[in-house]
Design a protein around this ligand. Structure first.
Ligand SMILES: Nc1ncnc2c1ncn2[C@@H]1O[C@H](COP(=O)(O)OP(=O)(O)O)[C@@H](O)[C@H]1O
Ligand SMILES: [Mg+2]
Length: 256
């Protein structure tokens, strides 16, 4: 079954994207020659060694950094700055300690063209979507790591973006919580039918979730290979094809 939506509504196109940091005295760019097209509703994972430029690439797609060469188009429009249509979730949840769950999610709606009542309803829906109903008035220090990360995901989704970027969102969680949130993220992706790009150092997670896995090489950050996963969801991590694909990617990364 293909989950890819056949329209250009949330299609992402990167053409010959390159990035240098100002003041970086090495001649080599951090990113070079990145060509990648992601279809509407597709789930793509990006894996690669630490420092190969994954977070830099995600920041460019988010529009948090407009200094790059090449072209990044989302839904047919050039990306140069942030937009409510593109949400991002980081490894550290970045919640405000003095705001409760509801307020931490609502803060993302500050610039949304919605009435107070619509905002209240959007927050309520997204609290429920990430399974936190009943915890609306808890503060970050009263939440487990997994719950805080769910709040960050709700905040990333509350503007109903058409693209969600996730930078190692489960990297700081224990294995059990991570597995649970991976299943939940898949459910959310199936429910919302939006495009997702997940950066992860966990190859198992990349294969579990994605339609395609992009393997990046370091110095300069380039796309090494793009692998189609092609397994039915939910995926069985002990399935021979799952294991073979995971091992192939680990081999690509030089970890075998
Ligand atoms: N603001 C910055 N200024 C200079 N160099 C940076 C900056 N941010 C990242 N880098 C460098 O760019 C490279 C890629 O970093 P990053 O995108 O964070 O990698 P990854 O997320 O794959 O671990 C690293 O060598 C890092 O030191
Ligand atoms: Mg990173």
């Amino acid at each position: 079954m293909s989950t890819v939506i056949q329209d250009s509504d949330s299609r992402l196109d990167l053409r010959q994207v390159a990035k240098h940091f100002a003041g970086d005295d090495t001649a080599r760019p951090v990113l070079d020659g990145i060509d990648l097209s992601i279809a509407s509703g597709e789930f793509v994972s990006i894996v690669g060694a630490s420092g190969c430029g994954k977070s830099t690439l995600l920041r460019l797609i988010a529009g948090l950094d407009g200094e790059f060469e090449g072209a990044i188009d989302f839904a047919g429009q050039a990306v140069r700055t942030t937009d409510l249509a593109r949400g991002i979730v980081f490894q550290d949840h970045r919640l405000f300690p003095w705001l409760d769950v509801e307020q931490n999610i609502a803060i993302a709606l500050k610039n949304a063209p919605l009435s107070r009542d619509q905002k209240r309803r959007a927050v309520e829906e997204h609290v429920a979507l990430v399974g936190l109903s009943g915890f609306e008035h808890h503060f970050p220090h009263q939440l487990s790591g997994g719950m805080a990360q769910r709040v960050a995901i709700a905040r990333g989704l509350v503007n109903r973006p058409r693209l969600l970027l996730l930078d190692e969102p489960f990297g700081a969680l224990d294995a059990l919580t991570r597995a649970r949130l991976q299943r939940e993220l898949q459910r959310i992706w199936e429910h919302e039918r939006i495009t997702m790009v997940l950066v992860t150092h966990d190859v198992d997670e990349a294969v579990f979730l994605a339609d395609r896995v992009v393997v990046m090489r370091a110095r300069p950050g380039r796309i090494g290979r793009v692998l189609d996963v092609g397994l039915a969801r939910p995926r069985d991590r002990s399935d021979a094809r799952f294991v073979a694909l995971r091992d192939e990617i680990l081999g690509e990364l030089g970890q075998l």
